[in-house]
Design a protein around this ligand. Structure first.
Ligand code: M6R
Length: 378
């Protein structure tokens, strides 16, 4: 069943290009142009889903929470809709004040995470007897259409990633991201927050992503496997990113700690100087996501601060970028894409890095200690 791969996790990392293609094929029309008169996105959601929508609140855990942070960025920047992301385990016991015309989104690949289910159930209950403006409007983004979450919510987006066996989520994360692109673009179209030309450009680039994921996997796996050999003694890693790639820094760190048991933390790059920089020395490598766009120069200047502390610098950076090559000790090159789409590519080298460091240490990558695939207790 591993189809020649050493672990399910590696197989699932490789499945990501076809997963992205599948989600795009389901929800986005591939011949849409700025001249078209219908929506480019079809999520099969009824009119009342959109009526008077004022804000979005998302609840999730772990990797799904990271996907939700990217989702917030997309919903706010593309569709101009105020969005909050909550840890499901926190939401339930300190719920935000009840607001009208709010979409609540539960993001869980398994659809069985107890914290997420309880948060959604609590919100549903507290809205039940209220006036129409406050009525529950619950969306589930899940990989399991037969799950408890799917039964609890009013609307669903099926992320269609296929069964994921590795405890560390990879292909379901990518599929959640694509689902958020679809939701944000759908709302952007309806709210007219993007021009037809902007939409056409983003959609055109989305369709390029599967081939770009394949090229990263083809070109980098060997290099990353070799790089992984150099961290056999490393005890701490720092991951930094900004803007839409800040959640990817968090995800890179979570992947590494889950399967390699190395202490790893992700930070928004600009926060390093406010404390975490005290941790840095030659023994603590820093992995920075430096993708072209609004924060590119800022990330590189944050990286210089780490260089001055002798940290080994690993950069997820644009292909053929001489400036990045000079700054980083090692670069993990990814194709240049619009910043807004970059998380789908920048996460791939980080998944491979975590995988190869753990595999090199001889660990049980698919079933790491202390972890379960779905956490069904609160
Ligand atoms: O099934 P869910 O998406 O609700 O799971 C949430 C987390 O438990 C999960 O993402 C966890 O963090 C993974 N092990 C991440 O790799």
């Amino acid at each position: 069943e591993k189809q020649g791969f050493r672990h399910f996790m590696l197989k699932e990392i490789y499945e990501q290009s076809s997963v992205v293609r599948m989600v795009l094929e389901t929800y986005i029309s591939n011949d849409w142009t700025a001249a078209s008169t219908t929506s480019p996105i079809n999520l099969s959601l009824p009119a009342e889903f959109y009526t008077d929508l004022e804000q979005v609140q998302i609840v999730a855990c772990g990797t799904s929470w990271h996907a939700s942070l990217v989702g917030k960025y997309l919903l706010e920047q593309l569709a101009q809709i105020p969005t909050q992301v909550h840890y499901a385990s926190e939401f339930r016991y300190a719920p935000p004040p009840l607001m009208p015309n709010t979409l609540i989104v539960g993001v869980t690949q398994s659809g069985e995470t107890a914290d997420t289910l309880s948060a959604i159930a609590m919100d549903k209950q507290r809205r039940a007897e209220k006036t129409p403006q406050f009525r529950p409007r619950l969306l589930g983004i899940t990989n399991r259409m037969q799950s408890s979450l799917a039964r609890l919510v009013d609307y669903t987006i099926d992320i269609q990633a296929g069964i994921e066996i590795g405890v560390a989520a990879t292909k379901t994360f990518i599929a959640q991201l694509v689902a958020f692109y679809c939701l944000a673009l759908d709302l952007a179209y309806r709210r007219q927050t993007l021009s037809a030309t902007q939409l056409e450009q983003i959609i055109g680039q989305l369709w390029q992503l599967p081939a770009q994921i394949e090229s990263i996997l083809e070109q980098q796996e060997r290099q990353i496997e070799e790089l992984a050999h150099e961290f056999t003694e490393t005890q701490d890693f720092i991951f930094i990113g900004r803007g839409i790639n800040y959640p990817i820094a968090l995800e890179g760190a979570l992947k590494l700690k889950e399967i390699s048991y190395i202490h790893a933390e992700g930070y928004p790059a600009g926060e390093m100087k406010h404390g975490p920089i005290a941790l840095l020395d030659a023994k603590v490598p820093v992995v920075a996501i430096a993708m072209p766009g609004s924060v590119y120069e800022k990330v590189l200047s944050n990286v210089q601060e780490a260089k001055a502390r002798d940290s080994r610098l690993i950069g997820v950076a644009p292909m053929h970028d001489e400036h990045a090559k000079e700054i980083f000790d090692d670069t993990l090159p990814v194709p240049v894409v619009d910043e807004i789409l970059s998380p789908i590519l920048s996460v791939i080298p980080l998944q491979l890095l975590a995988y190869h460091i753990a595999a090199r240490r001889g660990l049980d990558v698919d079933q790491p200690r202390n972890l379960a695939k779905s956490v069904t207790v609160e």
